[in-house]
Design a protein around this ligand. Structure first.
Ligand code: NAI
Ligand code: MG
Length: 351
């Protein structure tokens, strides 16, 4: 029997609502699988805690999280009351300290969900974007000179390391082997001749080792067009931090929208806990109305089970989600009338 400690950080806005449904589904799964035990540790972090204590998270939050097996996050942010950089800072610290360098975002259009792409349906849209999450363009590296002067200068330098590129590509190849054995690497090496040429060279080296996987590279601008034009030609996409950020938003909308888009922040070596969260934020505009779509959070929980080595349980959840969506169990973002809770219940009924 396997017992896992799961830190649950519901957060703000719709975060607690969608997390409650993810927990409902996880509890139902572990109730029927004697070999799986999840021990949830609930964290009351976020905007409310900040209101009471002046801190979003306790000072030792990283030490609290380090021993757990996984972190399940809802969403954080309450921009009307507290600046986003304060609420989001602990998330950035978690991703960096725990070396969660692989951000995995599947884009799969489920039956019953309308496609934003004319003429493309469920058979055409099933790819995964893996975003390099630890370096690239988002390393805070640069400086500013002559502030406020007409000749003011800002320099921001991206960081691409052999180690960082190689490990994300290896992770992508491993995933491609469990899917349709195709990997597309996204760069812009025609215009940025240092960092992205290194990406090209490392892909070339690794493609020989992973000769059973079809390796392809595209420039980011072409990839943006091709994802719309022929999404069926993609299986696993590996992209740098910036391009992955852009393409996961595109992938999210192609896959049915924010209410369905799940995400991981994975440390593949399992030296640290990984974090599982919907792509969406705290959606203050619909918070408290009970109409947030919980599917993105539920699918993120399914990916948590995959990561813990319980892929069959993850598949069970995805199967139940698929049947619920096909049966028209939709919240208003998908054109339906069900509440957050009703969709959670509909998934549990179909497990
Ligand atoms: P958002 O993702 O919260 O909302 C964007 C739009 O999508 C809104 O109209 C919202 O109602 C809708 N939406 C989002 N999730 C939905 C769901 N599950 N069901 C139905 N509709 C849904 O992005 P926004 O409004 O830009 O940001 C709100 C707050 O969330 C900000 O404080 C932002 O910083 C934070 N945020 C936090 C993230 C995280 O916790 N990882 C990620 C993105 C934003
Ligand atoms: Mg983004």
């Amino acid at each position: 029997m396997s017992t896992y400690r799961i830190a649950v950080y519901p957060g703000d806005g719709i975060g607690p609502d969608v997390t409650a449904e993810a927990l409902r589904v996880l509890n139902s799964v572990q109730g029927t699988e004697p070999e799986l035990t999840l021990e949830f540790e609930h964290l009351d972090w976020g905007y409310r805690r900040w209101e009471q204590t002046g801190r979003v998270v306790p000072d030792d939050f990283l030490e609290i999280l380090k021993p757990v097996n996984a972190i399940l996050l809802g969403a954080v942010g309450w921009p009307e009351k507290i600046s986003d950089h304060l609420t989001l800072a602990p998330l950035v610290a978690i991703r960096q300290t725990f070396d969660q360098y692989a951000c995995v975002r599947p884009a799969r259009l489920y039956p019953g969900v309308p496609s934003v792409l004319a003429g493309k349906g469920t058979d055409d849209i099933d790819f995964v974007v893996i975003r390099e999450n630890s370096e690239g363009e988002y390393v805070n590296n640069g400086g500013r000179l002559r502030r406020g002067q007409p000749d003011e200068v800002a320099v921001q330098t991206a960081l691409h390391t052999r180690r960082g590129i190689e490990r994300i590509l290896r992770y992508g190849y491993a995933m491609a082997r469990t899917r349709r054995s195709k990997l597309t690497m996204i760069t812009k090496s025609n215009a940025m001749g240092y960092g992205y040429v290194l990406w090209d060279e490392i892909l070339e080296e690794l493609s020989a080792e992973f000769s059973d996987v079809e390796s392809e590279r595209q420039h980011c601008d072409a990839a943006a067009m091709n994802l719309v034009r022929r999404p069926e030609s993609f299986d696993v996409i590996v992209a740098s931090n910036l391009f992955g950020d852009l393409l996961t938003d595109l992938g999210g909308v192609i896959g049915g929208g924010l209410g369905l888009a799940a995400s991981t922040n994975t440390n593949p070596e399992r030296a640290f806990p990984s974090m599982f969260e919907p792509v969406h934020g705290s959606a203050p505009d619909i918070a408290g109305k009970g109409i947030a779509n919980p599917i993105a959070a539920i699918l993120s929980a399914a990916m948590m089970l995959d990561h813990l080595g319980h892929r069959e349980s993850g598949q069970r959840i995805r199967g139940a989600v698929e049947r619920a969506l096909a049966d028209g169990c939709h919240t208003p973002d998908l054109g339906g009338t069900l509440t957050t809770e009703q969709v959670g219940e509909a998934v549990v009924e179909r497990l």
